[in-house]
Design a protein around this ligand. Structure first.
Ligand code: AMP
Ligand code: TRP
Length: 331
């Protein structure tokens, strides 16, 4: 099975990125052929300071390696280094319908009230994402729950392309939305997802936070005054409690029921202490390894360079064939 996924270098990766995506990417390596991409073309749909983008791009690559992704067995690379992505995205811009894009909730969230001032790139973002996947004929895409709608659109685009050109060229893709933390919420507001770009530092755990910072953020995380319930049903109207239990479940490879068997009836003070300790155990080795890798940026660049060459060797012929199907003359 060929697996593809991407992550934007638009900030420091969060616990949401880790539990919703990166950890699953690492777990899927056994027995599959995986292609993992730092999507810098997507990042600039919202303005990025060039120096910060360069730094964050190498940091993101280092985090992927630190989380155990093997760039020799699999492929790790930068989206902007493989031209096939932008080339196929243009074709998909001409396949996708405005009506489809108008339904995308991520665009509405990111554009906010000032829609007129959003970039055109932000609007066609899902077409580029569809191109990322289809340029490799990938069939399985591990992502967090927030990307479900984009993957449905990627299937609609493939289906319309195949139909319009009378071919069976792009395969159907399956979303892999895995584990009890496929949607990690903000620590300050249980109705908002945890995000790299949230203005509040307190809303998220960053993968490079030190032990004291993690403990403080968890201690300050919003909760309600009730003790933890003993059954998952008791979390129904308690989004903040549900979020912390979901994170704990993901880190212990359990589910809400197993966490509540252990902690049901306890107040949040004790539970938060246990959760912070678990987080530090998981994240400290990743932060250490990321720091070690970042001390040698030439090594990171070399890994990414090899990854791009191998990615292009797969994507270029597929996109060339798509261009031929569309009717472009090649001389
Ligand atoms: P992004 O940071 O938007 O580039 O997202 C990269 C990956 O992390 C995608 O697969 C997202 O679905 C996933 N992700 C981002 N935020 C969260 C979150 N709060 N909970 C779970 N998964 C997330
Ligand atoms: N849009 C995804 C996100 O913000 C990132 C992404 C870009 C992606 N291209 C992709 C994810 C292709 C999976 C497959 O989370």
């Amino acid at each position: 099975m060929r697996i593809f996924s991407g992550i934007q270098p638009s900030g420091i990766p969060t616990l949401g990125n880790y539990l919703g995506a990166i950890r699953n990417w690492a777990a899927l390596q056994d027995g599959n052929d995986c292609i993992y991409c730092v999507v810098d073309l997507h990042a600039i749909t919202v303005f990025q300071d060039p120096a910060a983008l360069r730094q964050q791009t190498r940091e993101m690559a280092a985090v992927l390696l630190a989380c155990g992704i093997d760039p020799e067995k699999h492929i790790v690379f930068l989206q902007s280094a493989v031209r096939a992505h932008a080339q196929l995205a243009w074709i998909f811009n001409c396949v996708a319908r405005l009506g489809w894009l108008n339904r995308m909730t991520q665009f509405k969230d990111k554009a906010g009230k000032d829609r007129e001032n959003a970039s055109a790139g932000l609007y066609v973002y899902p077409n580029l994402m569809a191109a990322d996947i289809h340029a490799y004929h990938a069939t399985a895409v591990p992502v967090g729950d927030d990307q479900r709608q984009h993957l449905e659109l990627a299937n609609d685009i493939a289906q319309k392309f195949n139909h319009d050109y009378g071919v069976e060229f792009f395969p159907r893709i399956e979303p892999y939305i895995m584990g009890p933390a496929a949607r990690v919420m903000s620590l300050r507001d249980g109705s908002k997802k945890m995000s790299k770009s949230d203005p509040s530092e307190q809303s998220r755990i960053n993968l490079n936070d030190d032990a004291d910072t993690i403990a403080l953020k968890i201690r300050r995380a919003k909760t309600d005054p009730e003790p933890l319930p003993s059954e998952p049903d008791g979390l129904a109207d308690r989004p903040e409690a549900r979020n912390l239990v979901g994170i704990y479940a993901a880190l212990t490879d359990g589910d809400a029921a197993s966490v509540l068997r252990e902690h049901g009836g306890k107040g949040f003070g004790a539970f938060k202490e246990a959760l912070a300790a678990l987080l530090v155990d998981h994240l400290a080795p990743i932060a250490d390894e990321t720091r070690r890798l970042l001390a040698d940026p030439d090594h990171i660049d070399a890994v990414l360079g090899r990854g791009a060459a191998r990615a292009a060797a797969i994507a270029d012929p597929i996109v060339a064939e798509a261009e031929r199907l569309v009717g472009f003359v090649r001389v």
